[in-house]
Design a protein around this ligand. Structure first.
Ligand code: AMP
Length: 193
């Protein structure tokens, strides 16, 4: 997998998400583990987060969770990770998750997931990293986000090239192709729009 050994997965903690999203989280865990990748995530046991972690570990991956003290009580830390770091603040959590990862994968999620995605995109915009960000558009969930990014660029709030900071794929299985071959394989297709 070239330079990529650890991937950070951002995704929803909701247990009420539709089964199609839960299935994608299960598959994402399997795919990453089978590719021999280490998984970094927010350390929670609930929703898609827990499913990614469970299924990555069940398929032999090393899974590292990073959870702030506050959320340990609120969301509940996953009880059986390869490593669990309990940190003081949300900010430390996000910084540590980003440092440990060579690439970022975004599954469907809510406000927390969007916060994490936009932080990593803005850090890329500021050239604080150049790690791939792959958005898994399960069931078209992220279509409105894709449109929003397109609009941001069309209205000149970001340069055209910034569309390439995030690569959209339709399923967890497509993530590996991007990790292996980079986004070059997709440059002929517009990444957003
Ligand atoms: P959500 O997508 O809202 O289900 O949240 C997914 C994960 O993002 C949860 O583990 C949250 O703890 C985390 N998260 C990260 N940043 C934030 C934030 N600013 N507000 C709320 N949750 C956040």
């Amino acid at each position: 997998m070239g330079n990529i050994q650890s991937v950070c997965v951002y995704c929803g903690a909701s247990v009420r998400a539709d089964q199609i999203y839960k299935d994608a989280a299960v598959r994402m865990g399997e795919v990453l583990a089978k590719a021999g990748l280490q998984v970094i995530f927010g350390g929670g046991k609930l929703g898609l987060m827990g499913l990614v972690a469970d299924n990555a570990m069940a398929n032999g991956a090393r899974v590292i969770g990073i959870i702030p003290k506050l959320l340990e009580n609120f969301e509940g830390a996953h009880p059986s990770l390869s490593e669990l770091h309990i940190v003081d603040t949300m900010h430390t959590r996000k910084k540590k998750m980003s440092e440990l990862a060579d690439a970022f994968i975004v599954l469907p999620g809510g406000f927390g997931t969007l916060d994490e995605l936009f932080e990593i995109l803005t850090w890329r915009q500021l050239q604080m990293h150049d790690k791939p960000v792959i958005i898994v558009n399960v069931n078209g969930y992220w279509d409105p986000l894709r449109k929003l990014i397109h609009n941001i660029i069309e209205q000149n709030f970001a340069p055209t090239g910034h569309a390439l900071f995030a690569t959209f794929v339709d399923s967890p299985d497509e993530v590996l192709d991007i990790l292996e071959n980079g986004i070059e394989s997709r440059l002929k297709e517009p990444s957003v729009g």
